[in-house]
Ligand binder design. Structure first.
Ligand SMILES: [Zn+2]
Length: 366
């Protein structure tokens, strides 16, 4: 399936409008995205689409069964689902449209995370967080004016998710050296180029300039495309994401509000980079060590990355993210178990470095 990633031009989203002509669209939105939803609704109607509203009067929408069932029922008479939002609404739209076997799309309202075109939908079922396998959206609609004006913490989180591609790609190369895991060259290159373009646009991003925000959201969308090309999430998710998932499970277990995905990834990236530097600086020996040290030399300086994250508004200490001290300790010990994927967390565990790393990481990042 060809994914249509379309930026708003003077004529709106012309390819999408052409496709939707004569169709019946379920439009999903909440309090925060309602103004944008009403605008696109008028445009859809102008382009001969019939629109059914699925409006959630929630400021912080939780994707429970009830909320999903509402959309599922309304989708019965429609042939396309369009979410106006970012993470949650997009996930709900993917889930509902997958069950109804109709296509879906999203009008992105924030450059906040890299899951726009992922095959997973994070939902709540019976009070637990589950990730369902769903189809990807056919259309990703981007209006830079909307994305630029998203809450700044959301843009910070999106940037954090992209910074995470430093460690995730290094993990991949490291796993190739240490475990012989193959690298899918083109999806690796795709992600690396998008990350570089976004990092190069950093100054503009701190001023929320159109071009820079476009580089960020493009990198976030590219993460999804490179995962699709590769067939798994390796190009976009490594140790920093495992740390994020571990923290997330703990927030859910404690019944607390979960901080934005990219903010957890950002701090996970700093931890993973720190572990790489520790391994190199202490000349820890293992098969392939010299080649792994060379990878560490390619990483940007930790202080530089930390300063960039801080400038964007990302917390760089776990305590600032609301993580209890014991949780951070447990994260250092156990985050490698989150997925069966070889990362620097697995390497550190196998080398017996966890207890040595713990006080260093706690001191710098708690
Ligand atoms: Zn991510």
């Amino acid at each position: 399936m060809q994914m249509n990633v379309e930026y708003r031009h003077e004529s709106g989203f012309s390819a999408f409008f052409q496709k939707i002509n004569g169709k019946s669209v379920l439009l999903m939105y909440d309090v925060n995205t309602a103004p944008y939803a009403l605008d696109i609704k008028a445009e859809l109607q102008k382009n001969n689409a019939t629109v059914t509203d699925c409006y959630y009067q929630d400021e912080e929408l939780i994707p429970t069964e009830d909320k999903c069932e509402k959309a599922y029922a309304l989708a019965a008479q429609t042939d396309y689902v369009l979410a106006v939002g970012s993470g949650t609404l997009n996930d709900m739209a993917k889930s509902v449209s997958t069950r109804r076997e109709i296509p879906c799309g999203v009008l992105a309202t924030a450059a906040s995370m890299d899951g726009y075109c992922s095959k997973g939908a994070a939902l709540m079922r019976g009070g637990f967080k589950v990730t369902d396998e769903v189809h990807t959206p056919e259309d990703i609609l981007i209006d830079l004016e909307i994305v630029r004006n998203a809450p700044r913490l959301m843009t910070a989180a999106g940037f954090g998710d992209i910074v995470g591609k430093f460690t995730c790609l290094t993990d991949w190369e490291m796993a190739n050296i240490v475990k012989g895991e193959p690298i899918h060259e083109s999806s690796f290159a795709l992600m690396e180029q998008a990350r570089s373009a976004c990092m190069d646009a950093f100054d503009g991003l701190t001023r929320y300039e159109d071009d820079a925000v476009a580089k960020l959201i493009s990198a976030l969308v590219t993460a999804g495309l490179s995962m699709a090309e590769c067939g798994n999430s390796r190009p976009a998710s490594g140790s920093e994401h495992h740390i994020s998932h571990y923290l997330e499970m703990d927030f859910v277990r404690r019944g607390e509000r979960v901080p934005l995905h990219g903010l957890k990834v950002a701090i996970g990236t700093l931890v993973s980079m720190e572990i790489y530097h520790y391994i190199k600086n202490n000349r820890i020996s293992f098969d392939g060590a010299e080649r792994v040290y060379a990878l560490v030399d390619k990483l940007p300086p930790i202080d530089k990355v930390k300063a960039m994250l801080e400038k964007m508004g990302c917390p760089v200490r776990f305590s600032k993210l609301g993580v209890p001290r014991e949780t951070m300790e447990k994260t250092i010990e156990n985050a490698y178990t989150v997925r069966n994927r070889y990362t620097v967390l697995t390497l550190a565990h196998e080398l017996g470095l966890t207890e040595k790393l713990k006080p260093i990481l706690m001191e710098k990042y708690y």
